[in-house]
Each structure stands twice: as structure tokens, then as C-alpha cells.
Design a protein around this ligand. Structure first.
Ligand code: GLN
Length: 549
């Protein structure tokens, strides 16, 4: 038994997945939370990740998609991003609990002597630690959705399944389980196959968990016959098997869930029909449909180096989508791999693009390609938004090609083999390591992370965009624009229009002799929601729309 007293008002909904990963569990969980929130219930979401990293911060985007930054500086799983984009909830880093974090806290307690004399075991000690963390985040909420990462059957996931199984006994009718599976369509026989789903449901049941609802993901809509079959193997009535086929837009998911009577499952009889017609997702989907029918398309390119995996730029892509809905403009996003432009730019790839975003990133790979592309965009007057590393490269390119200081670079690119800074007078560090970063030895969780204020300078484009004197945005970086050289940049029209006064860090720069050449040290993409897009992207798309008409 855990020490923490639960709020018995809380309803727990545990969401597991089977068959394959990347089923969109995060989007379904976020959609459920949004529907619950619409009925004014207090809802919280927890993501349990069975991997042993303490957080997602040290993972390459290719391993696990983007790292999502929370307001309080958490480097979290990208699902936390989905949760924020669909709801009004502001998530803390504590809402993402990895197995690594649980083991670390448990072992720390053991060293402190908390369990003195006892043998520490997975059951009950590790499972208690999991339950305690869930309960702590449940206090004061009507609904707690807990998404268990990974796939049922993974070795790492077993303690999590055991912990939530125990919670079903401890909190009886307050607990529901949703299992999400996949039904593949075999092209050569033209059949939908339920066998993998049957196996994964069996596997879940072997862990002592009986799903209350099965959500079937599929490439094409499944038939009632398939639903019946899955229901039979799941010990469920067919009405508790619902289907989410692939959709053109993830923001259709809440409505699709509503249309399949998810309210019956979530709420008691009194409230179950309250959402039917008046959900905010109804209107949003009407707008989305209208936009999809438009023939004019704004082409936006994201220049980066993790372009093989779209999930690496998840928040950025979604933020652009939010602002396109706000502008009622259809957009098409193209990912361009900057490493292909290292020797010289391939103009063909940059053609017909209305606006460019130079994305954030780390390390030297792909840098020269980005600089080459920036030179072209600056000279041609093509709207360009630089984010974090993007801003830093805008500054470097400006020094190299406008001020003709070819030695200009960032300290990040001149690290020696041991990853330590080299004092090399062949280079001029126009981008340098932040002062407080110099003494940091650990890699995980040590960047300048999360919310910081940015003062907006009046009579600038930035002020026109934000219409306020101060904004707060999320950050994730170690390097900054070197203030020593700002006068030189400003003398040529590349001016500072946003600054963090406490740390004296440049936050926004803009080039006055250009239609839109705008760089930000922060990551506006982490602060955009479908019902409240980020002002910067909204302005950007609005500008592209006006230029096109
Ligand atoms: N690598 C750069 C830094 O650490 C930029 C980081 C980013 O783009 N998120 O400052």
C-alpha cells in the first residue's frame, strides 16, 4: 500500500497500446482529455515512459522524435506536446515519469536508508513508487489520464502494468482501462487482420488487466464484423470497440471519438449527452474542412538536419498548422535537409517556397548548408524565420557575408574532441557559450531551459507582432549571441528587438532591410495550441498569405 492518500473523487483512465508503437496514443489521450475538459471537469494527464533515461533530454530526435520543453524547463516526451496542443492544461516536467526517474528516486531512497533492513524489490517497492507518483499528480483532479508508453509485452513496461493493475483493485470502480491496437490491411489479399490485436489484448489480460474499451487504429475504416470479432476476444460488448482510421488531420480525432459515443464511456448518464452538439471541435472541424478545399496553398519549408523523421519537428509543424487555421490559409510544409546544401545550394529544392524556417539543432552537421541557404534567402528578400540555432546562424551568416568577417562562427562548432572549448584565435566567436554554462559538467537537464521573459523593444517589427512590452517563451540552448559584436550588426540594420534583461541575452533580432528576416533565441513552437496559436507563426503565415494574394 502506498502512503499517499488519494483524492477519492479522482477517476483514473489508463491507456495502453499494443501491436506497434506510434499508434497515436498520445493524440487519442489528448483528445479524451480535451473532451473531458469541455465539461468543466478538472483533468490531468501523466505520461509513463518505460525507458531508462531519466528524461528525454539526452535522446537524439531520430531515437524518439522531438524533445518537448515544458514551461518549467522539463525535457519531456513529445506526447506532452500533444497534451498541451489539444487542451488548456499547462504541463509540468513532473507529468512525464520515466522508468529511469522511478529507479533513480527509489535507489536514492534506499541509499538514504528509507527502507532500512528491507530487500528492495520490483513488487512492491518499485510499483509503490510508480503508484505514489501517479497519486501525487492526481490530487484535486476529477479525471487522471495515464498513458503508458511503449507496447504491451515490452519487458520494461511490466512494472508499470503491474502498478496500474494494483490500482484497479485499490480504487475499484474509479479505474478504467483503454487499450489501443492496430488492425493492418493486407493489400495482396485485401483483408483487415485482427490477429495482432487479439494477441496484444491477450497479453494485456495476462498481466491481469481487462480493457474496458478497445480503440482500433487502422489505415482504412474497419467493418462492424471486425469490431465484433475484436470484442469477442476482448470480453467486451461490440459497442466498446471503436475505430480511429488514419485521418487527414489529427484535430479530427476528438470529434470522431464523440461520434462513436465516447461520452457514454467517459461520463455518467447525467452528462453523457452534454457534448454532442456543442463541442468546440465541431466548429474547428468545419473550418479545417473549408481550408482543405482551398486551391491556394502557401508553401513553407523547414530547413533542418533531422528531416527523415517528421516527428523531430512535431511542435513546429503543429504550430504552423494552428496558425494556418487561425489565418484560414492552406499550407504545405516541406522538410529540407540542409546537409544536401553544404557545397552549394540546390536552387531547385528552394523554388516555389513562400517562406522558410531555419529550425533549431545541435552540433556541426548541416551547418554550412543552413548558412548557404540563409545567404540566398537574405539576398533574395524571401521571408525567413530563424529559431534558436536558426537565429545564431543568421548572425554568423551576416558577419561572414555582409560584414565580410569570414572568421565569424559559434563556439559550439569549434569544440575539440573532448567537447571542451578551444581558444583558437583563428575564429571570432559571434555566438558564444553562455556564462553560467561554462561550469556545467553534466549533459542532462543543464541547458537554459523553459520559460524566460523577453522584453520587446518598441517601434520594431517584433512589437508589431506581439503588441506588448513583454512576452514569455520557452528555451533550450547553451549558446547565445555575443553582445560584444551587436553594434556591428546593428550598424548594418540587423537589430535587436527583444532581450532578456535579467541575463542580458539577445532574444530577438530582425533585419530592417528585408521583408521578413526574423530570428528568435526561444522556441515559439512549444507555446502554441490549436485553440490559441502562437502570435509569431500567425503573423508569419499572415504575411505569406498577403504576399501571395
Ligand atoms: N545548439 C544551439 C545552442 O545550444 C542551439 C540550440 C537549439 O537550436 N535549440 O545554443
Amino acid at each position: 500500500m502506498t502512503n499517499f492518500k488519494a483524492n477519492f473523487k479522482s477517476n483514473f483512465i489508463f491507456i495502453t497500446g499494443g501491436v506497434v508503437s506510434s499508434l497515436g496514443k498520445g493524440i487519442i489521450t489528448a483528445s479524451l482529455a480535451s473532451l473531458i475538459e469541455e465539461l468543466n471537469y478538472k483533468v490531468n494527464i501523466i505520461k509513463l515512459d518505460p525507458y531508462l533515461n531519466v528524461d528525454a533530454g539526452t535522446m537524439n530526435p531520430y531515437e524518439h522524435g522531438e524533445v518537448f520543453i515544458t514551461f518549467d524547463g522539463g525535457e519531456t516526451d513529445l506526447d506532452i506536446g500533444h497534451y498541451e496542443r489539444f487542451t488548456n492544461i499547462l504541463f509540468s516536467k513532473n507529468n512525464n515519469i520515466t522508468a529511469g526517474k522511478i529507479y533513480m528516486d527509489l535507489i536514492t531512497k534506499e541509499r538514504e536508508g528509507v527502507f532500512l533492513g528491507k530487500t528492495i524489490q520490483v513488487v512492491p517497492h518499485l510499483t509503490n513508487e510508480i503508484k505514489e507518483k501517479i497519486l501525487k499528480l492526481s490530487d484535486g483532479f476529477d479525471f487522471i489520464l495515464v498513458e503508458v508508453g511503449g507496447t504491451v509485452g515490452d519487458i520494461e513496461g511490466l512494472p508499470f502494468l503491474e502498478a496500474i493493475r494494483q490500482m484497479a483493485i485499490e480504487y475499484k470502480n474509479k479505474v478504467k482501462f483503454i487499450h489501443i491496437t492496430f488492425v493492418p490491411f493486407l493489400k495482396h489479399t485485401g483483408e483487415l487482420k485482427t490477429k495482432p490485436s487479439q494477441h496484444s489484448i491477450k497479453k494485456l489480460q495476462e498481466s491481469g488487466i481487462q480493457p474496458d474499451l478497445v480503440i482500433v487504429r487502422s489505415d482504412i475504416p474497419i467493418t462492424q464484423e471486425i469490431k465484433n470479432k475484436i470484442a469477442l476476444f476482448s470480453n467486451l460488448l461490440p459497442k466498446y470497440v471503436i475505430n480511429i482510421p488514419n485521418l487527414s488531420n489529427v484535430y479530427q480525432v476528438p470529434l470522431l471519438l464523440l461520434n462513436q459515443n465516447i461520452s457514454n464511456f467517459l461520463f455518467n448518464n447525467k452528462r453523457k449527452n452534454d457534448l454532442k452538439e456543442r463541442s468546440k471541435w465541431v466548429d474547428l472541424n468545419i473550418i479545417i474542412k473549408k481550408i482543405e478545399r482551398q486551391s491556394n496553398v502557401i508553401n513553407i519549408a523547414i530547413i533542418g538536419k533531422y528531416t527523415n523523421l517528421k516527428d523531430s519537428y512535431k511542435s513546429l509543424i503543429e504550430a504552423l498548422r494552428h496558425s494556418s487555421i487561425e489565418n484560414k490559409a492552406k499550407i504545405n510544409i516541406k522538410l529540407i535537409d540542409s546537409t544536401k546544401h553544404e557545397n552549394r545550394i540546390i536552387k531547385k529544392e528552394l523554388q516555389y517556397i513562400d517562406g522558410f524556417i531555419i529550425a533549431g539543432g545541435f552540433g556541426t552537421r548541416g551547418i554550412q548548408g543552413k548558412i548557404n541557404i540563409l545567404k540566398y534567402l537574405r539576398e533574395k528578400g524571401i521571408p525567413t524565420l530563424g529559431i534558436c540555432l536558426g537565429l545564431q546562424l543568421m548572425v554568423i551568416e551576416f558577419f561572414q557575408n555582409v560584414l565580410n568577417i569570414k572568421e565569424a562562427t559559434s563556439q559550439e562548432f569549434i569544440l575539440d574532441k573532448n567537447n571542451t572549448l578551444k581558444d583558437d584565435d583563428r575564429y571570432i566567436y559571434v555566438v558564444k557559450l553562455m556564462e553560467d554554462q561554462k561550469y556545467i559538467k553534466l549533459v542532462g537537464g543543464t541547458m537554459r531551459l523553459g520559460n524566460y521573459k523577453c522584453k520587446i523593444i518598441e517601434n520594431t517589427l517584433a512589437f508589431k507582432i506581439y503588441q506588448q512590452n513583454e512576452i514569455v517563451e520557452r528555451h533550450r540552448h547553451r549558446y547565445e549571441i555575443n553582445n560584444e559584436y551587436l553594434d556591428l550588426l546593428e550598424s548594418k540594420g540587423f537589430i535587436v528587438s527583444g532581450i532578456n534583461e535579467e541575463l542580458n541575452v539577445v532574444e530577438i533580432m530582425e533585419y530592417v532591410n528585408h521583408p521578413f528576416y526574423f530570428g528568435v533565441q526561444f522556441h515559439p513552437e512549444f507555446n502554441s495550441r490549436v485553440f490559441r496559436p502562437n502570435k509569431l507563426f500567425t503573423f508569419f503565415i499572415n504575411l505569406l498569405k498577403k504576399r501571395k494574394s
